[in-house]
Design a protein around this ligand. Structure first.
Ligand code: NAD
Length: 499
């Protein structure tokens, strides 16, 4: 049994109270560790450390800040296996998938190394006689990020490198279910030469989150997690005058048109529906087949392939899919499958029947599941399942398929499989979703773009990382400047007009 502590002011420190949470291995169901849950005093200590570090860090030359990130990026690579094994051990996802998460997270660090280019301001010469004007983007101060269990390294890396490269000091509140990756990041930052207090980790639950949201010294809050909590975080944080971005849940639809390359679409759906056991906010969880012929072929093909997926402990590199995060979550996912069945869906592949490998009988496994003839009034269609469950909805036309996507409360990601350029263009232009793929199942934007959904998949004005990240983590200042030699004598009370 190991113990996970906070990281405050450059030191690992135990939680001050006696509240703790167990850390389970989802593949075996065994408790393997324990994390101390923050009290408000622990949050205060982290905020104080970050406040103390702010003046000096925001004054540190930009090239020096970025040089630390370069070093951090090298250390991430050197310590990749350690990070990967912490993720697999606590989250349950398979080794290759955890490696993929790390690659995507590291790309944000690489992008943040280009901060000198991204922070370059603009300059207008001679806007009036002898007057120049420029814009600059400056750090906000002490900021924080509250992250979900499903990407214990990548989602924190969506925010930390950009925020600190911009000159902010930072508090991370990771998920209490898989907290170890955050502490490895902290150690690597220290090794890279990041001054103490610039990056802090506070482990905890609602107590820590609520205190961060109301703390008068926190300037901005980035949140990624489920929609009900995202909405709560957004309203609570903004009512305490903080800048907040809160990314929430999803129900991502793929439309499969009759002219699609069906084999390619099936390959894509298998990976995007069952990868990471469906615990991705960009997982494809609804296949909208246009026409019964497409639906029949799709269901036949996916059902054959879904049954062949190797499910087991993520540490075994042969496996392609691991367990779900907790026993309770597994029960919820299996309950939703039963719900779908009782509401009239056809269970074509049933993950409830999954037999766990030896030694993993207490793991939180649900096998790949395929439900056909799902309709929009069923819970299994309306709710985010966050499990390895793909539902097939049959539509008669493209318009009917598009209407399903437009009417759904979530708008994180979507994609269409087609060879028709007109349809693809119409879809990309009209669909009310933040991230759109055309024959691309998981359209997760690269680091130099920004990530974010629409509708109830996000609360706030800024998407995360990329150019939107830089805007979120900085405030703009506009300086208008005139030097004494060019100042005309005499006071003038009329409004400045640029003469
Ligand atoms: P969650 O909402 O339960 O937890 C997210 C964070 O909020 C955690 O740090 C947790 O400790 C904290 N938290 C939980 N309940 C809280 C409460 N009542 N008050 C204050 N804080 C609270 O989410 P999760 O189960 O960890 O993650 C899965 C969810 O995250 C899914 O809905 C998934 O779609 C979503 N997600 C969204 C994105 C995106 O980019 N839109 C990315 C990843 C995950």
């Amino acid at each position: 049994m190991y113990k996970v502590d906070h990281y405050i002011g450059g030191e690992y420190v135990s939680a001050s109270g006696n509240r703790t949470a167990p850390i389970f291995n989802p593949a075996t169901g065994d408790q393997q560790g324990e994390v101390g849950l923050a009290s408000t005093a622990d949050v205060d200590a982290a905020v104080a450390a970050a406040s103390d570090a702010f003046d000096s860090w925001s004054d540190t030359g930009l090239m020096k800040r970025v040089a630390i990130l370069f070093k951090f990026r090298e250390l991430l690579e050197e310590n990749r296996d350690e990070l990967c094994s912490a993720i697999v051990r606590e989250h349950g996802k398979v080794w290759d998938d955890a490696m993929g998460e790390l690659t995507r997270g590291f790309e944000i660090v690489e992008n943040a190394c280009g901060m000198p280019e991204m922070l370059k301001g603009d300059f207008s010469e001679q806007v009036g006689s002898g007057i120049d004007c420029y814009n600059t983007r400056q750090a906000l101060g002490v900021v924080c990020s509250i992250t979900p269990f499903n990407f214990p390294a990548m989602v924190p890396l969506w925010t930390i490198p950009i925020a600190i490269a911009c000159g902010n000091t930072f508090i991370l509140k990771p998920s209490e279910r898989d907290p170890s990756a955050a502490n490895i990041l902290a150690r690597l930052f220290k090794e890279a030469g990041l001054p103490d207090g610039v990056f802090n980790v506070v482990h905890g639950d609602k107590v820590a989150v609520d205190h961060l949201l109301k703390h008068e010294d926190i300037q901005a809050v980035s949140f990624v997690g489920s929609t009900p909590v995202a909405e709560y975080v957004y309203h609570t944080g903004t009512s305490h005058n903080k800048r907040v971005q809160a990314l929430g849940g999803a129900k991502n639809h793929a439309i499969i048109m009759p002219d699609a390359d069906l084999e390619q679409a099936v390959d894509a759906m298998i990976g995007a529906a069952y990868g990471s056991a469906g615990e991705r906010c960009m997982a494809l969880s609804v296949a909208v087949a246009v026409g019964d012929d497409v639906a029949d072929k799709l269901v036949a093909s996916i059902s054959k392939r879904a049954g062949q997926i190797n499910v087991g402990n993520g540490m075994d590199k042969e496996n392609e899919m691991g367990p779900l995060i907790t026993k309770e979550h597994n029960a919820r996912v299996q309950g939703l499958i039963s719900d779908g069945e009782s509401q009239g869906a056809t269970v074509v592949v049933d993950g409830r029947d999954f037999k766990a490998p030896d030694g993993m009988e207490n793991g939180y496994f649900c096998g790949p599941t395929l439900l056909d003839r799902v309709t929009k009034d069923m819970n299994v269609y309306k709710e985010e399942i966050f499990g390895p469950v793909l539902v097939v909805v049959r539509a008669e036309s493209y318009d009917e398929a598009v209407k399903l996507v437009q009417d759904h409360e979530y708008g994180n990601g979507t994609c269409i499989f087609t060879r028709d350029g007109d349809i693809a263009r119409n879809f990309a232009k009209k669909i009310k979703v933040g991230m759109v793929g055309v024959n691309v199942p998981l359209p997760v934007p690269l680091a130099h773009h920004s990530f974010g959904g629409w509708k109830r998949s996000i609360f706030g004005d800024h998407h995360i990382y990329g150019p939107e990240g830089v805007r979120f983590w900085t405030k703009i200042k506009t300086v208008t400047m005139r030097w004494p030699t060019s100042i005309m004598a005499g006071a003038n009370l009329s409004f400045p007009s640029g003469d």
